[in-house]
Design a protein around this ligand. Sequence first.
Ligand SMILES: Nc1ncnc2c1ncn2[C@@H]1O[C@H](COP(=O)(O)OP(=O)(O)OP(=O)(O)O)[C@@H](O)[C@H]1O
Ligand SMILES: [Mg+2]
Length: 272
Amino acid sequence: MIQVENISKSFGDTPLLKNISFSVAPGERIALLGPGGSGKTTILKLILGLLTPDTGSISLMGRDMVHMTSDRERREVLRKVGMAFQQGALFDFMTVRDNLMFAMEHMTDFDLTEMDSRVKRFLSAVKIGRTELMYPYELSGGMQRRVGIVRALATDPIVAFFDEPTAGLDPVTSTIILNMIRDLAGKTNDQALVVCTSNVEIAIRFADRIVMINDGEVVADGPWRQLILSGSPWVQKFLQVRLIGLDTEYALELDLPKEFISQHWNSNQPAV
Ligand SMILES: Nc1ncnc2c1ncn2[C@@H]1O[C@H](COP(=O)(O)OP(=O)(O)OP(=O)(O)O)[C@@H](O)[C@H]1O
Ligand SMILES: [Mg+2]
């Protein structure tokens, strides 16, 4: 579905990405995890063909995104892609409904009945059915986020990207949003989903496999339950530091590896 090979990218004299490679298969849910400023959003822009790498190749659904020169061809590929940007990116002058209709009109062949039923179904699935005729500025940040995510998925994309879908939201809303992405997307099994985040909890709640970026390089790529126990010292530390000390019940709910729990928690109290 996505194949990134040996990508490097500098801005001016500053190398940001060095030899990045990873791939995403149909049906996979992966998290691109790394500290703020490590280049996650830039990687998405490269995959979507919005930026060109200095070296390396990128294929998205079998199409070469680096050497694609025709806008028509790029639009054709991007019609099958869902994207929820880090900064909402809803049209402020359109109602919620019209934002969603606009995306479906441009990206799908759905008829009016299908589009209308999707608007209602998806909005009520994320519990904001009431906002259909409201404008983005009338919504809270969390509601705007939900609309952005609905817009990314309502078009039935083959691949969907979510850039920091929960940044700045409270933990309860964050959990609702993650579950929502999984539920809304869960209908088609071969849909590939990529979440970019700097938040370990978000990454492991969402994805089985994570690709970790640090200092412009892929420093880990695998199931997080393995990485947490056997990644490099930096990887283990990055993953563990946020998790150790969590409430025991919550740690169990995250399904952290038993070995990790027994190392760091005693029977009742989280170890600090
Ligand atoms: N077009 C550009 N020109 C110059 N520098 C850029 C450009 N785009 C990104 N950068 C720089 O690249 C670095 C990585 O940016 P990017 O947004 O990809 O990181 P990120 O991992 O998504 O960060 P965050 O977690 O904060 O969203 C930043 O230092 C940013 O200033
Ligand atoms: Mg970013």
